[in-house]
Design a binder for this molecule. Structure first.
Ligand SMILES: *Cc1c(COP(=O)(O)O)cnc(C)c1O
Length: 363
């Protein structure tokens, strides 16, 4: 714990942010960048805020190597709105999309897609408890399918793709909410990328959306204004009042990422944190990791205790020792540690120490 009384926060989202960023945000509350306007009190139409949103968009472009002809948007409504919005903009009567179902979030995306067009699951890991993501060749894209949708990191189950799914040239749409800017991604291989900010990028209430020219060319007809990507492209994400606070924090988080080695640096730190924890989970059969080794997530690590009755004791003791947010999602149970960009190495080292101590007493 540091001087602010902060705990080791392993929550799945909204999640821990770098303390440096939190401090900058606090000091901007009364006066944003010397403008005299407080951060919560500044107009989105002011030059002060225009600088913030321009900076945030440029950082996204730099960090993720976004091709120049792609669009970067900051929307509201969370990744959950994108489940529907993506399908609404990309599909019309008679078009099809295929979904790789690797957990609760992909199931929800499919459900919303089905409201719009012919959407189908072409791979579903539910029967094996969502312990893996599919390997190339384990699914077949339907003839005439317009795109394949996948979830790059499965926040609930703790699995992650470590490759771009092969679709045989069919376009790719990805929900990257829980590993965006924390894991490798080839933006140019995708046509829509969307991500709620509250895991790796900042606070809740901002959704990053990246669109290829192909995605934009698909949009036709008269869509509801706020659900039409063209509305937000033409107004630079300021057709209506954006989440000014959220975009400011996102810009500061991405500044922190850039100052700490960019995407490469973030990937390295996240892999290192995850490997420390997986090494402990593999050390003894006291712990039972959920994900199969080839599909393990570096962002959300999920496990059970061999003796599941002991899990509540583990969580209680962890809580007393200053570890928060470790309770697994109700669909998996057990323990989950989220190790997003903002989670410091020291927190993971402290958790592993605590786990060793717990195992030596109860194992
Ligand atoms: C958290 C999460 C969501 C939901 O995001 P909201 O912004 O709350 O709608 C969707 N997909 C994934 C992969 C997530 O981790």
């Amino acid at each position: 714990m540091d001087g602010h009384g902060r705990i080791h926060n392993f929550g799945a989202g909204p999640a821990v942010l770098p303390l440096e960023v939190v401090n900058i945000v606090s000091s901007s509350m009364a006066n944003l960048n010397g403008s005299g306007f407080g951060l919560l009190e500044v107009s989105h139409r002011s030059s002060f805020f225009q600088e913030v949103i321009d900076s945030a968009m440029n950082r996204v472009r730099r960090i993720l190597s976004v091709p120049d002809d792609y669009h970067v948007l900051f929307l509201q409504g969370g990744a959950s709105t994108q489940f529907y919005m993506t399908a609404l903009n990309l599909l019309d009567d008679g078009s099809k999309a295929d979904f790789l179902i690797t957990g609760g979030w992909s199931q929800k995306a499919l459900k919303e897609g089905r409201r719009v067009g012919d959407c189908a699951s072409i791979w579903d890991g539910s029967e094996s408890g969502f312990k893996t993501v599919p390997r190339n060749g384990e699914y077949e894209v339907r003839d005439g399918s317009d795109y394949v949708h996948y979830t790059s990191n499965n926040t609930l189950f703790g699995t992650q793709y470590h490759h771009t799914p092969d679709t045989g040239g069919v376009k790719l749409v990805v929900d990257a909410s829980s590993d965006i800017c924390g894991a490798p991604i080839d933006v140019s291989a995708h046509d829509v990328i969307y991500a709620g900010a509250q895991k790796n990028l900042g606070p809740s209430g901002v959704t990053l959306v990246i669109l290829s020219p192909w995605a934009v060319s698909r949009i036709g007809g008269d869509l509801p204004t706020m659900l039409d990507y063209r509305t937000h492209i033409s107004k630079g994400s300021m057709f209506n009042t954006p989440n000014t606070f959220g975009i400011f924090v996102l810009d500061k988080v991405l500044e922190w990422v850039e100052e700490n080695g960019g995407l490469e640096g973030a990937i390295k730190r996240n892999m290192h944190k995850a490997s420390l924890l997986y090494r402990e989970l593999d050390r003894t059969s006291f712990w039972v990791p959920h994900a199969d080794p080839g599909s393990r997530s570096n962002m959300n690590v999920t496990w059970r205790l061999r003796d599941q009755e002991m899990e509540s004791v583990f969580l209680e003791e962890a809580d007393k020792k200053g570890f928060g947010g470790l309770k697994g999602h109700r669909s998996v149970g057990g323990i989950r540690a989220s190790l997003y960009n903002g989670c410091p190495l020291e927190s993971v080292e402290a958790l592993v120490d605590f786990m060793r101590g717990f195992e030596s007493i109860h194992g």
